[in-house]
Design a binder for this molecule. Structure first.
Ligand code: BGC
Length: 366
């Protein structure tokens, strides 16, 4: 009994300490800004994570970055857990633009400001801001590169697109189409792998539904192995006059490398020009080695700066600056847009090494 009495104060102290520690734990897990990115499986988004981490070094706000690993369900879980941690601002690049509506509507209900990052969340009014690259310009730049490097006339043109669940896939393709279509109409190019695109080849401007028809047919789903399979299927089906010197619109670097690898092994392909985007390290090496023709460099440092700048402005109780707007199917979302840079063998060093985006030592043969 005496022992027990003696032990009581000790137990109380232990209990109190436990309470204090767990209270600290709770406040320790409080987060101001939540960031949700689509997947760690693509270097593009790992780049973004790294650039966010670099940018965050100086901030007084607490930030947590989560990945959705290609799953809208996981994305919703991520957003819910960030809401529970009391975030005030959500920066999110959706796995699927439509499916993410439910997540951001939950955030909006909790009084959180939502910034769509790089990819627009569609068909909901629960998006406050959009920070993005000029995605139509990305598609235009890819197409212009093919036009500038076209050989002769009637050159076979292979078209590939991103995932139809990503609004950007539409913007990229729309941009590319505005440049390619007149060159299909004047006989410079001849579409080799899309009956839907052939049906629409006389139309200078395509509706979302028309774009959707082509994209669904030539989608890579942003997946390099799907891109590889499609390219193999297309080359197996291609007639002799669809080979020789060809042009390939590939939507991003991951898919460009696998499509390029397939075209490189077909002996009836004499030469090919292939596009890309993201300036992924592996593709920069491909560009240096002459295996991928170009990439579109989207300086993620700028996008990260814009997104965090906006978040901090909101946290400080002020209104962020925007430069335009994008319609997401339901509302016009106020947007801040940043430019892109075309990179090929000629300017790879100036644009990526001299700007300190990458280090020369990360490449061979520069
Ligand atoms: C991004 C690209 C990226 C692609 C696949 C797009 O929404 O803008 O940079 O390559 O998604 O992840």
């Amino acid at each position: 009994m005496k022992k027990l009495l003696k032990a009581i104060p000790l137990m109380l102290v232990v209990l109190m300490l436990t309470a204090i520690v767990s209270a600290c734990g709770n406040s320790g897990s409080k987060v101001d800004v939540g960031i949700v990115l689509p997947t760690k499986d693509e270097p593009r988004w790992v780049q973004d994570e790294q650039r966010f981490k670099d940018e965050l070094k100086g901030t007084k706000y607490s930030v947590e970055i989560l990945f959705s690993q290609g799953s809208s369900a996981k994305e919703k879980e991520n957003v819910d857990s960030l809401i529970a941690k009391g975030i005030k601002v959500l920066i999110i690049s959706p796995q699927d633009g439509d499916a993410a509506a439910a997540s951001v509507e939950a955030a909006q209900k909790a009084g959180i400001k939502v910034i769509s990052y790089d990819r627009l969340i569609t068909n909901t009014d629960a998006v406050d801001y959009y920070v993005t690259f000029d995605s139509v310009a990305v598609g235009k730049a890819q197409a212009q590169y093919l036009v500038d490097n076209a050989k002769g006339s009637g050159q076979p043109l292979y078209l590939y697109a991103g995932a139809a669940s990503d609004n950007n896939a539409f913007l990229f393709f729309e941009g590319a189409w505005t440049v390619l279509q007149p060159k299909i109409a004047d006989g410079t190019f001849k579409i080799a792998n899309s009956s839907e695109a052939v049906t629409l080849q006389d139309k200078a401007e395509l509706s979302r539904e028309e774009l959707s028809k082509i994209i669904s047919q030539v989608t890579t789903n942003w997946d390099p192995s799907e891109a590889k399979n499609k390219a193999q299927t297309h080359l197996t089906a291609a007639a002799a006059d669809q080979k020789g010197d060809v042009a390939i619109l590939a939507p991003n670097d991951g898919t460009a490398r696998s499509i390029a690898d397939v075209f490189a092994t077909d002996s009836a392909i004499t030469s090919f020009v292939v596009t890309g985007q993201d300036a992924e390290k592996a593709s920069i090496q491909y560009v240096i080695d002459g295996k991928q023709s170009m990439t579109v460099f989207k300086d993620v440092r700028n996008l990260v700066k814009d997104a965090m700048g906006m978040a901090v402005t909101i946290l400080d109780g002020k209104e962020p600056e925007t430069t335009g707007s994008y319609n997401n199917g339901k509302v016009d979302v106020q947007a801040k847009q940043t430019d892109v840079i075309v990179v090929d063998k000629d300017n790879v060093k100036a644009s990526l090494i001299d700007s300190k985006y990458y280090e020369a030592s990360e490449f061979t043969g520069l």
